[in-house]
Design a binder for this molecule. Sequence first.
Ligand code: NAD
Length: 321
Amino acid sequence: MLIIPEREIANLMTRKAAYDAVERVFAAMASEDAYNFPVVREAINYENALYGFKGGFDRASRTLGLKAGGYWPHNLKKRNMINHQSTVFLFDPDTGKAKAMVGGNLLTALRTAAASSVSIKHLAREDAKVIGMIGAGHQAAFQLRAALEQRDFERIVGWNLHTEMLPTLEKVALETGLPFEAIELDGMAEADVIISITSSHDPILDADQVSPGTHIACMGTDTKGKQEVDPDLVARATVFTDEVAQSIAIGEAQHAVAQGLLTESDIHQIGAVINGTHPGRNSDDQITLFDGTGVGLQDLAVAASVVDLAVANGIAIDVDF
Ligand code: NAD
């Protein structure tokens, strides 16, 4: 079995490799070559931790496995460790034998950023110039860096409930040489692409704060009860997602569906656009919305990619297991 420790991931994995892995697996999901297993998520009544498994099988790339992990809220204060902890396990689909154990913390951030980036590549207007960020936490910097690679953006605008966190976005702007402006939410009307990545439980962005032709990637809502945008905005948009069942159950679309503003048949898999079986954006005035809920197959795809990179670089630790 190969072990790729968390400490090696940053040196091995690139945004490009994460993008390619996630785009490929979204395509495989839409062509029914890949499917996710039911998610297990448990409050374990110990350390206030949430622990669970996300697994799946991609027959196209022969990737089988699971991500195990969750959220330990006291890690940072008590142990100076990050609160989100995860590990990916890959298995040989021919034999069931354990194949690799891979640190999953940085990979989770990269695969989530790759998802909104894939949606921008396939759904945003080609002439998009202004990107709007809602959220300025840990994940926001990853989303923004990946998004900037998809269009010739000229300006970044950003809003965050906690304004003291906005330097997260300013730092990426500085790195990339683009101007950054902190705005009120009405200013989002200037954005051609908007990414929301917050842990909000109430709508932040209203339907009238978005201009025709905008692409919105809603990435923060990954649990029942979370919400980032007005359900009327979801209803007005053409909605795409990683996995339709998750979009309805735990994604941004859960609220519009519950209110009868949207039905399952209104939600399209982003993989269908990648495969060319759905046309995607059909006009410069259309609002497109990607409901990125986060699926286990994304984790397996980036982990498989990093295993290949680790082997090629002679970094994988081979243990007799
Ligand atoms: P973080 O704790 O670093 O940042 C949280 C962000 O949410 C900050 O911008 C904060 O200001 C904002 N926020 C907190 N409470 C808010 C409220 N009530 N209203 C509006 N904004 C609020 O978290 P993170 O790691 O950046 O993750 C952000 C969100 O993305 C979380 O909800 C997380 O579960 C989700 N996430 C989704 C995926 C996916 O695949 N879709 C993957 C990873 C994380």
